[in-house]
Design a protein around this ligand. Structure first.
Ligand code: ADP
Ligand SMILES: Nc1ccn([C@@H]2O[C@H](COP(=O)(O)O)[C@@H](O)[C@H]2O)c(=O)n1
Length: 209
């Protein structure tokens, strides 16, 4: 199984890059695990306290479970992936059953910061976008899709997002094999990723015959 880790700051365009690659490939052999579904469950805390947590520190992610799930899929086993809500800042209690496929993409701001997870990746990618552009995209997305207001986004940006980006996410770029500049749509980078996955799928299908 080809396993690809895709990191980059919030709003850098990780999800968009992955969706563009999947659209171009147009096949059913690729799983995508989002790190967002592996935020620790903080149900034991009241909502007001959950709203104040730092969600950009590596400790906010259940990397143990994420790594176990990646390893299980690589062994050919299915997993029960938790579903996370950005509105309640907690797991919903629902699960998505994910069956193994030939290619696995793991995407999220911190996926290149975990030593254990790094060992599982065949290809490591970092999506690079300037911080002002990322903040603009984040304001738009969080107010339109994640039920936040402008003050919440700006407050979070200053208190946790920016310092955590500088301390953990930006330095994780050094782990990457490939850096994708994504200030505007980068069609060549999408083409390259698509080609790598396409060849891996072809190889696996030939081996299965
Ligand atoms: N290259 C790009 N040019 C302009 N807008 C983009 C680009 N890539 C992503 N976006 C927009 O930025 C926002 C955040 O993108 P997303 O892919 O969700 O980022 P991430 O997954 O890294 O947080 C989305 O609204 C998306 O449409
Ligand atoms: N309850 C939460 C959990 C996370 N966040 C923010 O999500 C960002 C990561 O997701 P991307 O899709 O942007 O990569 C991260 O920067 C967290 O601040 C949140 O706001 N609330």
């Amino acid at each position: 199984m080809l396993t690809i880790g895709i990191a980059g700051g919030t709003g850098s365009g990780k999800t968009t890059v992955v969706n563009n690659v999947l659209r171009k490939l147009n096949v059913d052999g690729v799983n995508v695990l989002s790190q967002d579904n592996y935020y620790r469950d903080n149900q034991h805390l009241p909502l007001a306290d959950r709203e104040l947590l730092n969600y950009d520190h590596p400790k906010s992610i259940d990397f143990e479970l994420l790594t176990q799930h990646v390893q299980a899929l690589k062994r050919g086993e299915s997993i029960h992936q938790p579903v996370y809500s950005f509105v309640t800042h907690s797991r919903t209690g629902d699960y998505t059953v994910v069956q193994p496929k030939e290619v696995l993409i793991v995407e999220g701001i911190l996926v290149l910061t975990s030593k254990e997870l790094l060992k599982e990746f065949d290809l490591k990618v970092y999506v690079q976008t300037d911080s002002d552009e990322r903040l603009i995209r984040r304001i738009r997305r969080d107010t339109q899709e994640r039920g936040r207001d402008l003050e919440e986004v700006l407050q979070r940006y200053q208190t946790t997002l920016k310092p955590m980006h500088q301390e953990f996410i930006e330095p994780s770029k050094n782990e990457a094999d490939l850096i994708i500049p994504n200030m505007r749509q980068n069609l060549m980078a999408i083409e390259i990723l698509t080609t790598v996955i396409y060849h891996s799928l072809k190889k696996e299908n030939n081996a299965a015959r």
